[in-house]
Design a protein around this ligand. Sequence first.
Ligand code: SAM
Length: 263
Amino acid sequence: MTEPMVYIIGAGPGDPELVTVKGKRLIEEADLILYTDSLVNPDLFKNIKSEAVVQKSAGMDLEEIVQVMVEAAKKGKKTARVHTGDPTVYGAILEQMKKLAEEGIEAEIVPGVSSAFAAAASAGLELTVPELTQTVILTRAEGRTPMPDKEKLVDLASHQCSIALFLSATLIKKVVREFLEAGWTQEDAAVVVYKASWPDEKVVRTTLGNLHEDMRANGITKQAMVIISKAADQELIQSGTYESKLYDKTFTHGYRKGVSAHE
Ligand SMILES: C[S@@+](CC[C@H](N)C(=O)[O-])C[C@H]1O[C@@H](n2cnc3c(N)ncnc32)[C@H](O)[C@@H]1O
């Protein structure tokens, strides 16, 4: 028998086609599928083995979750632990892997499309626009989980780069306060994507000043990605000031010789 093993698989943001080929294969080969919450689309499980056991872990505690996986893996069952988006971002996988290791069970992480990137795609954004912002911060507002001292939102926001906020839909007033304190203005752009890539997805384009009211008006209190970024400012982007030189015919790089600007 092969060594017991658990695959921790990123399900992507919701659209069942936004899972990796490897993740899909492992799910379809699995004997046990234990999945996290309402943001994992059960349509992902359409072509699984008829005898596969599919279980939702919402409502189970860590011990119960690990016990289910340990029992299956030790019996030689192929075990898929399916997490929303990418498992390495707010996936709480560390404690699961630690407990599995204590039982002599290895875990392999299969990455997924994080909702930060699915949301940017749904909003039609490039998160890194030359000379405007070249950095993306993935973070959250401080709620019950305290933020490390050096990662307070006001400090992160002071970089004025693209910032994607997870788990923050109910903390928006506080988010806006911290961004304004960090030097952003009421007019700066924000996009909220509710249930990115799901059929009932909503994309709300707004400003920092209107963010709270627009989320409230659209009934968005959870399952939302909030992106605050100058790159979401349509006027700025349409101005043509900030465009990559990569495909510009006067820009030379290793694979393409530039055409002289004088030609
Ligand atoms: C526990 S975190 C998991 C994040 C996940 N690992 C990822 O990479 O997207 C859950 C938060 O992710 C965000 N999220 C997950 N799926 C989403 C989706 N389809 N659309 C918008 N936000 C989503 C929301 O902010 C939600 O509160």
